[in-house]
Design a protein around this ligand. Sequence first.
Ligand code: MLT
Length: 398
Amino acid sequence: MALKINKNYKKIKKNYIFTEISEKKSNFLKSHKNAKIIDLGVGDVTRPLNKNMVAVINNALNEQLHKKTFKGYPPENGYDFLKKQIVNYYKQRNVSLTIEEVFVSNGACCDVTNILDLFKKNKTIIANPTYPAYYDSNFLQGNAIFLRDANQKNNFVLSPKNLKKRSYIIYLCSPNNPTGTVFTKQQLKEWVDFANLTSSIIIFDCAYESFISDVNLPHFIYEIEGAKKCAIEIASFSKMAGFTNLRCSWSIVPEELNINGYNINSMWSRRQCTKFNGVPYCVQKGAEYALSKNGQLECKKNIQYYKTNLKILTKCLKSLKIECFNSMHTPYVWFKCPQNYTSWQFFDLLLQDYQIVGIPGLGFGTQGEGFFRFSAFASRKDILIACERLKNFAIKKD
Ligand code: MLT
């Protein structure tokens, strides 16, 4: 009998959206060797790490030189020193956790997709538009995907209203990538109540929480009463501390999270210990430093830099009468394509005529059609060049 293959790999679009964008950029460069592309596409950090953090990482690496301090495999779920630091980070927002609830990992994207290992075929709720890995991973797993509009009509806010009361896996992203929407406590409470009522599970992706600048907005789902009974939270050092290369993230799986008699915390631990080798010691030391008092202040400087980039970009787009949305609490500006361009038409136009790369809204879901995303993870110089080029676009169109 022939091997059984996961046929969904044949049915899914050939490329993940961010791969497709990189390919288009490389192809363009092949035929325009001297082009100076301004890349505001994939959200990848560009600011160097702080020297204090690098010193901490170097010192940790130097420990590998000595018999006494040499370390072999890291614990699969993370060193206690980092888990304690994460617990303290949550205390700043009055959330109390045990270190057993913290799982250190090497990327939010891996965790939001690997978590599906704990579940069999299910119904999954995903915002349209949102981070594309949720859709792709659920599609590959063969889950029934229920896309729910979070578009201009409802201010890009995903809501459980009018949903059939049954059990789902619910993906929530706040601040949402790409629209920038941040749930208020009230809106998040509606989801927590819905999940508890229907025995659903929420996968709460807060990879961009460090960009929230309003103290009244929730950073973590556990700020909402009842969330520990229904939610897993996934966060990352990538954008917060510039770790897209070093790789470190964490997930919170509450000890009290039980579904049909199964304890999700012990299942996730079992899964990670079987399939994951852990994050290097020196990287976890760097992550510990990022959450220290000084580390947080230093990371905030970079976040502020990107936010200023975003302000400049948004101001420029608005001056061209382009409608922009929700760019207060994210590193991205989400905007309407001018002149009724489709999002891929606008992508091609920007690349061909202005050598600017962004992400077409359609890449985040059908409701992203007609919209576009720019990332502010760039040098100030590049942001200013992009703005100059965009002004030419305005002159040409007039
Ligand atoms: C994005 O561009 O949305 C992200 O940087 C991609 C990622 O985090 O995987």
